[in-house]
Write a protein that binds this ligand. Structure first.
Ligand code: SAH
Length: 425
């Protein structure tokens, strides 16, 4: 039950019409949007949508709207049930299958102060969860009640993504608020992501505010990292794995292998403990930054190989190589549900080979960021890989993204990252 609602029936509207006025049958599509008492466009839901809303799901699909509301997209709307009772406020998207993104169950003004408070609250949680940290995900979209907005903090610099039209059209407002609250030296816009296509938005990137003198430095445990916020992947680095990077050093020993290394989040941590580390990465740019990061940390026991990790694992087996620690942290293998079976096959192939390459007692740190493959499916795949590899395998840790990537209980999609620590017997 959402806060502010009485059990058993939808809350009464606080302004305007007190009497139900809409029939339960779907309304015809409108050409002129219906306006609520505060002048905001009004969007009503069919019963299934009302049930989803009241169950706390932050997304409402277009099929659950009571007809086409006749809006351009990007609006803040009043959400009502089929009879006109107020349910809350949401962002409206015209192109996406996800028509509404939850903002509030209360009839509050969604104004500058609303966004200021949400940004400040998101930061306050990180300060509690990660005291003293200066690099973290500051805003994690829906999970921070700021749908369609991602902001990563790298010390004095912020890197942001605006993923839905209603956030895109508030880009300047958000940039102003971020400047006011956090006084960054620069704010980068990394909205150059494919998901924007689903929203009818083109990819975009550049400097939004201030300056960006070059790659930025940040610490992970004892390792100093550098990442390019403008040209690097994601917002510059994979902050979701920060806590797992530091954890990995605990298990590192002997000969270590890090596949899908990017700029070395895992490889550098392994190198601080293991005798020798091989990092395998397919992108030349990432491999170059990795080499630089290794040199800056005076780590000379690290070899960077530019290769396809699938091939590298197969060739290593053929050549009879063995390792004591292996990390697998591939990119997402499935962007939609139809690709799940192929993704599982991909995961199984690399995990099976890694298990065969490990010496008895060796550790495998195996991650997946594919949210269509949930933790159980990932664990089942690992079990099947172990069986085919003819190895007994212990689960030592089941981990996820760091605390700065909160999971929203009613939005499984926010629980995308799995990271298992396994010991091969
Ligand atoms: N482990 C990194 C993040 C990895 S992201 C960290 O924790 O920071 C996935 C990386 O895999 C990207 O850098 C991408 O360039 C690389 N990659 C994608 N396909 C690959 C392949 N087939 N072989 C090797 N690297 C690949």
């Amino acid at each position: 039950m959402p806060p502010g609602q009485k059990k058993g029936r939808p809350s009464r509207p606080q302004h305007g019409r007190g009497r139900p006025h809409r029939p339960e049958t779907p309304a015809p599509d409108r050409t002129a949007p219906e306006l609520g008492p505060d002048g905001l466009p009004q969007v009503s839901l069919v019963r299934r949508g009302v049930d989803r809303w009241q169950a706390g799901h932050p997304w409402i699909y277009r099929a659950d709207l009571n007809g086409d509301p006749g809006l351009a997209g990007g609006e803040i709307v009043r959400v009502t049930d089929g009879r006109g009772w107020f349910l809350g406020k949401a962002f409206y998207s015209k192109h996406s299958k996800i028509a509404l993104r939850w903002l509030s169950y209360e009839d509050v003004a969604v104004d500058t102060d609303f966004f200021r408070q949400r940004l400040a609250a998101a930061d306050a949680m990180r300060r509690k969860a990660l005291p003293g940290e200066t690099t973290y995900r500051l805003v994690h979209g829906e999970a921070d009640q700021l749908p369609g907005l991602v902001v990563d903090r790298y010390g004095d610099y912020l890197s942001a993504q605006f993923l839905v039209p209603a956030m895109e059209s508030r880009k300047e407002l958000i940039a102003d608020l971020l400047s006011e609250l956090f006084k960054p030296r620069g704010i980068v816009n990394r909205s150059d992501v494919g998901v924007r296509n689903l929203e009818g938005l083109l990819p975009e990137k550049g400097l939004l505010r201030g300056e960006l003198p070059g790659p930025v430095s940040f610490d992970e445990g004892l390792v100093r990292m550098r990442a390019d916020l403008l040209e690097g992947q994601k917002t510059g680095a994979f902050l979701d794995q920060r806590e797992n990077h530091v954890m990995a050093s605990q298990y590192a020993s002997g000969e270590a292998l890090d596949c899908f290394s990017y700029v070395g989040g895992f490889a550098l941590q392994l190198a601080a403990r293991a005798q020798r580390v091989t990092a395998v990465e397919i992108s030349d740019a990432a491999a170059a930054q990795l080499r630089e990061n290794a040199a800056a940390n005076r780590l000379t026991n690290l070899d960077v190989v530019v290769a396809n990790a699938f091939d590298y694992l197969r060739d290593s087996l053929d050549e009879g190589k063995r390792f004591d620690t292996i990390v697998l942290d591939p990119p997402s293998f499935a962007k939609n549900k139809d690709a799940v079976a192929a993704a599982i096959r991909g995961y199984k192939e690399i995990n099976l080979r890694a298990m065969q390459l490990l010496r008895p007692g060796g550790y495998l740190i195996s991650a997946s960021c594919t949210y269509h493959v949930d933790e159980q499916a990932f664990e089942d795949m690992l079990a099947s890989a172990a069986a085919d590899a003819r190895r007994r395998v212990q689960i030592i840790e089941r981990r996820g993204a760091g605390k700065d990537h909160p999971v929203l209980l009613n939005l499984r999609e926010t629980r995308y990252l799995k990271c298992f620590v396994l010991r091969v017997l």
